[in-house]
Design a protein around this ligand. Structure first.
Ligand SMILES: NC(=O)c1ccc[n+]([C@@H]2O[C@H](COP(=O)([O-])OP(=O)(O)OC[C@H]3O[C@@H](n4cnc5c(N)ncnc54)[C@H](OP(=O)(O)O)[C@@H]3O)[C@@H](O)[C@H]2O)c1
Length: 214
C-alpha cells in the first residue's frame, strides 16, 4: 500500500519507518523542518520519501494521522481533499500540556475528527501504545504471542486496511467495534501512558488480552 504520514514525530516517524520496512510505500510529511522529513525518508530506504501533507494524501491507500490535537485543523487543511481516504488516527485529544483529554465520555477525538473530515473513513488505531515499544514489537513479530493492539471504526473495508497495517508492524489486531468505542480506547491510552512513563519498568510497554473460561 501507499501510506501517507501526516505528522512525522515520535509516532509518525517510527510507524512510517516500520511501514516502509514492511514493504509499503511511505510519504513522510508534516514536521517543523524539511530536513527531518528527508532524514526519515533516507533512513526508510527505497520505499520512503518526504513530501507535503497534500503529496502524502494524494494517491494514498491509507493515511496515518499523528499530530498533537492542537495541530489537527492545520494538518487537515494542508492535506486538502480527503474524500474517500482511509485515515488511521493515533492522535489523542489532549490539552496543551498533555495532562488530560479535552474530549471524553460523550464523544472522542476520533469521532470529532470523523466530523471534521466527514468524507474520509476514520479508524482509531495505534493510540494505545507508547512509541518506545514500536521497534521492539516489530523486531519480535515472528515470535508467538504478539502483543494486541485495539482499533475501532465504522467502515468495514477501512478496518481491514487498518488491521493489515497493525499486523504488518508486529501486533495482533483486536477489533473493538464502531468508532464510538474510541471513547473507551482514548482513556485506555492514557492509562497505558501512565504505566509506561510513570511506571518503574520504563516505557517499552505493550499489552495482550487473554480470554479465560469456555
Ligand atoms: N508519543 C507516543 O508515545 C504516543 C502514543 C499514543 C498516542 N500518541 C498521540 O499521537 C499524536 C502524535 O504524538 P507524537 O508523540 O508523535 O507527537 P510529536 O512527536 O510531537 O509529533 C508531532 C509531529 O507534528 C509536527 N508538528 C508540530 N507542530 C508543527 C507545525 N507547526 N508545523 C509542522 N509540523 C508540526 C512535529 O514536528 P517535529 O518533528 O519537527 O517536532 C512532529 O513531526 C498525539 O496526538 C499523541 O497524543 C502519542
Amino acid at each position: 500500500m501507499r501510506v501517507g504520514i501526516l505528522g512525522s514525530g515520535l509516532m509518525g516517524g517510527k510507524l512510517g519507518t516500520l511501514f516502509a520496512r514492511a514493504g509499503h510505500e511511505v510519504v513522510f510529511s508534516y514536521a517543523r523542518s524539511s530536513k527531518k522529513l528527508e532524514r526519515l525518508a533516507r533512513d526508510g530506504g527505497k520505499n520512503a520519501q518526504a513530501g507535503t501533507p497534500r503529496e502524502a494524501a494524494q494517491d494514498a491507500d491509507a493515511l496515518l494521522l499523528a499530530v498533537h490535537w492542537s495541530r489537527m485543523d492545520d494538518v487537515l487543511k494542508q492535506a486538502g481533499d480527503l474524500s474517500g481516504k482511509v485515515i488511521l488516527t493515533c492522535s489523542l485529544p489532549m490539552n496543551a500540556d498533555n495532562t488530560s483529554l479535552v474530549i471524553g465520555h460523550t464523544s472522542s477525538g476520533a469521532e470529532t475528527l470523523a466530523k471534521k473530515a466527514s468524507k474520509a473513513r476514520v479508524v482509531c488505531a495505534f493510540n494505545t501504545v507508547p512509541s518506545e515499544v514500536l521497534f521492539g514489537v516489530y523486531a519480535a513479530r515472528r515470535k508467538a504471542n504478539r502483543p494486541n493492539l485495539v482499533y475501532c471504526g465504522d467502515d468495514a473495508r477501512s478496518k481491514e486496511v487498518a488491521a493489515g497495517l497493525i499486523h504488518d508492524v508486529g501486533f495482533d489486531p483486536v477489533d473493538a467495534g464502531p468508532l464510538r468505542i474510541a471513547r473507551y480506547t482514548e482513556p485506555f491510552a492514557l492509562l497505558m501512558g501512565q504505566l509506561a512513563y510513570e511506571g518503574k519498568e520504563g516505557p517499552e510497554l505493550a499489552y495482550r488480552f487473554e480470554r479465560f473460561g469456555e
